[in-house]
Each structure stands twice: as C-alpha cells, then as structure tokens.
Design a protein around this ligand. Sequence first.
Ligand code: NDP
Length: 282
Amino acid sequence: KLFLASVSVVLIANRWNAPTFDPESLKGARVLVTGASTGIGEQMAYHYARFGAQIVITARREHVLKQVAERCLSLGAQKALYISADMSSESDPDKALSFALDQLGGLDYLVLNHIGPSPFSMWDGDVEHVRWIMKVNFFSYVQMAWKGLEALEKSKGSLVIVSSLLGKMASPFVAPYTATKSALNGFFGSLQHELAMKNSNVSLTICTLGLIDTEAAMEKVKGKTDVPAYPAADAALSMIVAGATRQPEDYYPWFTFYVAATKDWFPSITRYTVRNSYTYEP
Ligand code: NDP
C-alpha cells in the first residue's frame, strides 16, 4: 500500500509540474546535434527541422550527414549544415563546436548524443577499448559542453545530455558503455548544481533512455533480451521537449523513472530481475 501510495504521489506531482511546450519557441533556434547521422540523433535533427530550427549536425560519415541535412531542409529547417568529426580525436569536438558557433552566429541548444560502437558481450579485459570509449562517450561531451557554455549563457540556451538507464543501473554485457553513461550522469549532475548555484542562464537536461529501437541497438540485443524497445522518433521528441522546457531530467519511456527511483528499494530483486532479463550461452 505504501509503495502504491508513493507511486501515486510521484505520478500526480509529475503531472502537476508538466511543462507546456511551445513549438514556436524552436523556430529559428540555433541547434547543434552530435551523433546525428543515424538513430536517435538523426530523429532529433528531423524534429528540430520540422520545428523550423537552424541546425548543425555532426558525426563521422560525411556522406550520410549530407543526406540527413538535405532531408532536414526538405522538412522545414531554416538552415541545415553538417561537419564531419571524430569524437575520439582531441581536436574534433572543438572543431565541430566552433563550426556551429561560426555558422549559426551563436547557439541555443547543444545536444550531445553521439556514442562510439561498443560490443554487447561479457567484458574481455580490453582496457584500451574502455579508454577509447571514455574519450568518445564522455571526454568529448565535457570538452564540447565547456566550449559551448559561454554561447549558451549569452543565449539563455540549453545543454541536453543523452544518457541511459544503464548509467543509473548496472547491467551485464555493457561494462565499458555503462561506465561512460555513469560518468556523464555524475559529471553533468554536478555541473547542473553548479549552474543553478551560480544563477546561470543555461539549463541542463540529463536524459535517461530505456531500450530504443535504433538499428545499432536492435542488432546488438538480438537474441539476448526480450526487453521491449521504444521508437527512436518518440525518444527524440521527448528529449527535445524536455530541453525546450528547461527540464533538469527527461525519462523515456516513462517507466524508466520508476525503475531508476525504486531499483535500490529491494536490491536482491533488482539483481535477480536484471540478470534474468538477458540470455547467456557460454
Ligand atoms: P547509434 O549507434 O544509432 O548512433 C550513434 C551516432 O554516433 C551515429 O550518428 C554515429 O555516426 C555517431 N558516432 C559513432 N562514433 C562516433 C565517433 N567516434 N565520433 C563522432 N560520432 C560518432 O546510437 P543510438 O541512436 O542508438 O543512441 C543515441 C544516444 O542514445 C546515445 O547517447 C545512446 O547512449 C543513447 N541511448 C540509446 C539507447 C538505445 O537503445 N538505442 C538506450 C539508451 C540510451 P557515424 O558512424 O557516422 O560517426
């Protein structure tokens, strides 16, 4: 009864605080989306385009970015530019950000979404991969956020960090990836407090996603779990709305909030459920 009462209170409180999203607020907004050649980032680019934003997209594959940018223009983007950047390099995160600032004359939304490929399997001791994935999935986020903060401060803009339920709850087969998402949650959670304490103009939204039906994710989990996957376009829209309405957090699908909130109530049940959500055949 206590559990149900708590859940109801939280549900009502969330509903009460539900922000009103004004799509017009994104018309002409200057947006940089990383990891936008495929998956959720690509869907975010299309949504921003439909809202009439000015977009810069980045990822490594230039020919794919070109196609996404063309589609953005056809969907209504005021501008759609692209720059190829490898986020494992020391200089490319800065290069992509400078390009966006120059081309857009400032920035209203910085959406950090990219991830490098990482195996979905038992950890095999590849320390070099962990070092590399931390560079791509974490250090480049820190670097770009720092470089973008001044422009966001000027524009009263928003920083959107795409994280995962796996950054809040450890699971098998994803040790290096989970490490990067936990690092994002820790770093940007701390930064969020600091910005608020400094009365900064910048809003910071940390997004927690469950399993989303992107090609990359579906390929990885095939035959290994029956956890349901949710549409990338809906995940993308949920994060855009959360960023535009300056929410500190976004959870998609909705139940990820309750999973994250209750996972430590009965740790042994959580451990049992997590381990039994995956198939393992040695
Ligand atoms: P995808 O693998 O579909 O897309 C990854 C993007 O990052 C691509 O645009 C890719 O383009 C780019 N990328 C890969 N390596 C690099 C690199 N070294 N430098 C720059 N860009 C790179 O990922 P998803 O769309 O599935 O995920 C997007 C976000 O959502 C991630 O932050 C992920 O952690 C999060 N998320 C996803 C979930 C899911 O189930 N899909 C669940 C929870 C969170 P290119 O190859 O051209 O470089």
